[in-house]
Design a protein around this ligand. Sequence first.
Ligand SMILES: NC(=O)c1ccc[n+]([C@@H]2O[C@H](COP(=O)([O-])OP(=O)(O)OC[C@H]3O[C@@H](n4cnc5c(N)ncnc54)[C@H](OP(=O)(O)O)[C@@H]3O)[C@@H](O)[C@H]2O)c1
Length: 438
Amino acid sequence: VAFKIGLLGLGTVGTGTAQILLTPTGRNPLLQEIKIHRVGVRSLDKLREVELPPEVLTNDMEAIATDPNIDIVVEVMGGLEPARSLILKAIAHGKHVVTANKAVIARYGAEIFTAAQEAGVYVLLEAAVGGGIPVIQPLKQSLGVNRIRSITGIVNGTTNYILTRMQSEGGEFSDILADAQKLGYAEADPTADVDGLDAADKIAILASLAFAGRIKLQDVYCEGIRHVSAADIAYAQKLGFAIKLLAIAKREETAIALESIDSELLQVRVQPTLVPQTHPLASINGVYNAILVEGDPIGQVMFFGPGAGSGPTASAVVSDILNIAAVLKTAGDTHQLHPLLSCAHQHYCRIAPMSELVTRFYARFLTKDRPGVIGSLGTCFGRHNVSLESVVQTGFRGDLAEIVVVTHDVREGNFRQALDEMRTLEAVESIPSILQVL
Ligand SMILES: NC(=O)c1ccc[n+]([C@@H]2O[C@H](COP(=O)([O-])OP(=O)(O)OC[C@H]3O[C@@H](n4cnc5c(N)ncnc54)[C@H](OP(=O)(O)O)[C@@H]3O)[C@@H](O)[C@H]2O)c1
């Protein structure tokens, strides 16, 4: 046996990983040369779905990170600590690392990749974004010669499941969340998913690969789906849109952005967004994920598939293990890192402030039912250079009139100023929702 694996974690992903490694028949023949040497878990008494010799299991995670017999440490335990420290320890001991942990990479990627470059080891993370969908390696390799313009993804299965059901059943967010928790599609603490934090981790990782620079997580604008209402989903549908939680990383192509030569200006954000029903991302439903990459000269490529789950995620984890094994097998004595597998960029990408963003908006108003209200909204938008694509008086909520507008492309700052002014109008009762339009 040529390559020894130390698994940190034997939960959903760890079990799937072990299952692939223990049944190599019919898969890539190189898998026969990869062996699970040790597996670290929290509880040694738990019943396990995979059969491993009892001496393989341990709860001494550090012993795995430092074991001189282990070539590749696979971190599938999750959480920030001790996962981060164990990854760094494994790197310091000259081990290659495979991880599925987007939270650790999005926060500590700079520290981890710097350490890996110095130690001359690989840190691969295909499973961290899009579960089983190959997207990290394609960005590094197959799409590597393109000038990427944008990445637009549905990268969180839980929120996509909830929004899909809100759309098909007409239910409110809180009811469908409760049901999703009962069915196991949402966690007991759904914060990371429904507030967009998990998607923010993932788009930070994708952006740093696509635009070859580091991204500070705090620069990623992040808005979740708690405030998306059944009413907005219904109006969106009437106007020809589906509402999706999109994670977007895009090269700014405005004049100011192009003036700066030293580094690119990007917008990176997570937001519930109205997606035209004809757009390929509008039909990605349920727990599925999809990532649309746009670049020059490729045009559009979309990756679609299972964004989570034991088997799919393990498929991505083991593909990383296989990649490392293949490179080590052919590298001979050269200790140079393969340039398409390692991560050498050092600088930070510049992120544009949200007020500079140019996009379309959807807004829903509740107003007093009297003549001239639509006119005064229109005048106010006009004063702030916001032109409207459509204005619909959709009906009544109690004795208030409900008005929905969709704008043409506007600068977010101008749009917000117009809304602030409208809030002071006597006829405007409230503006219950403001969403972006793709
Ligand atoms: N689940 C998915 O579909 C999916 C998809 C993509 C990425 N990921 C990522 O993959 C990672 C693992 O997720 P998962 O769903 O497989 O998690 P999980 O089912 O909760 O499994 C975690 C495993 O790690 C062990 N563990 C956790 N903390 C430990 C500690 N402090 N000391 C020792 N052992 C510890 C647990 O031991 P015990 O078994 O003894 O409790 C368990 O075996 C996470 O970073 C997650 O974000 C998951």
